[in-house]
Design a protein around this ligand. Structure first.
Ligand code: CTP
Ligand code: CA
Length: 228
């Protein structure tokens, strides 16, 4: 259903959103990060707030403003993002749109790593970051009623998204085709497939604002069906 102007179908619900990249320090001047503008996650937070939800947005470093009507918590690293997400619980709906860095340096150096003059490259041991979406999807006590993730894929979109749905205990995955030919990385458009346990629904290419509005509609429909 298309939302009528002024409709507040998410009123009374707490929506928790992650957005942006995380920055994982290597030394005082360098970090590891994914490419992410934060546009999609911020648009979702704004749309949920317009639909009447109480919204907590946990954002990594981005160059865009905090959305209006939203409580925004700023973090740098994946571990800080997880901590802020857990601190924001309980939530009714969780939408994990952040491009979390999968790895961080095993040890953060206190001093700048220097070239040694020989051309030899210093080893950089990495360790895996915690998975924030999976932590919520499998939460024993405070699992949100609806746990939604993204999957940015360059190939085998549906298979990878279905695997993520299962492995992370999510209810829905918005699978985003980021293959270079779509040109969506960093841009204003997204090409989404909504992947749920009942199937895959392709959405037409649309702006990130439109994706946010459609997702909020879907959430409102689902709340309506579950009678809450
Ligand atoms: N995610 C997360 N915490 C992580 C990694 C990913 O919360 N440490 C979330 C993202 O916000 C997204 C979903 O998991 O909602 C899928 O992220 P993606 O990078 O596509 O999947 P990964 O499981 O990291 O797998 P890979 O990068 O190897 O494809
Ligand atoms: Ca990843």
């Amino acid at each position: 259903a298309i939302l009528k102007p002024g409709a507040r179908p998410l009123a009374g619900h707490h929506v928790l959103v992650t957005s942006g990249p995380t920055h994982e320090p290597i030394d005082p001047v360098r970090y590891i990060a994914n490419r992410s503008s934060g546009k999609q996650g911020h648009a979702i937070a704004a749309a949920a707030a317009r639909a009447g939800a109480r919204v907590t947005l946990v954002s990594g470093p981005v160059a865009i403003p905090d959305p209006p009507g939203v409580t925004t918590v700023h973090v740098e690293t994946a571990r800080q993002m997880l901590e802020a997400v857990e601190a924001a619980l309980p939530a009714d709906i969780a939408i994990m749109a952040a491009a979390v860095a999968d790895w961080r340096a095993a040890e953060e150096l206190d001093a700048k790593l220097k070239k040694d003059g020989t051309g030899a490259v210093a080893p950089l041991p990495l360790v895996q970051n915690p998975d924030i979406l999976a932590t919520l999807g499998r939460h024993h006590t405070l699992r949100p009623d609806l746990v939604i993730g993204f999957a940015a894929e360059t190939n085998d979109l549906k298979a990878h998204a279905e695997a993520k749905l299962r492995s992370k205990g999510a209810d829905w995955i918005l699978a985003n085709d980021v293959s270079p030919e779509t040109g969506v990385m960093g841009g204003d458009d997204n090409t989404i497939h909504l992947v749920t346990t009942s199937g895959v629904e392709p959405w037409p290419k649309m702006t990130k604002t439109e994706v946010a509005a459609r997702l909020v509609e879907r959430i409102a429909d689902r709340l309506g069906k579950s009678g809450s």
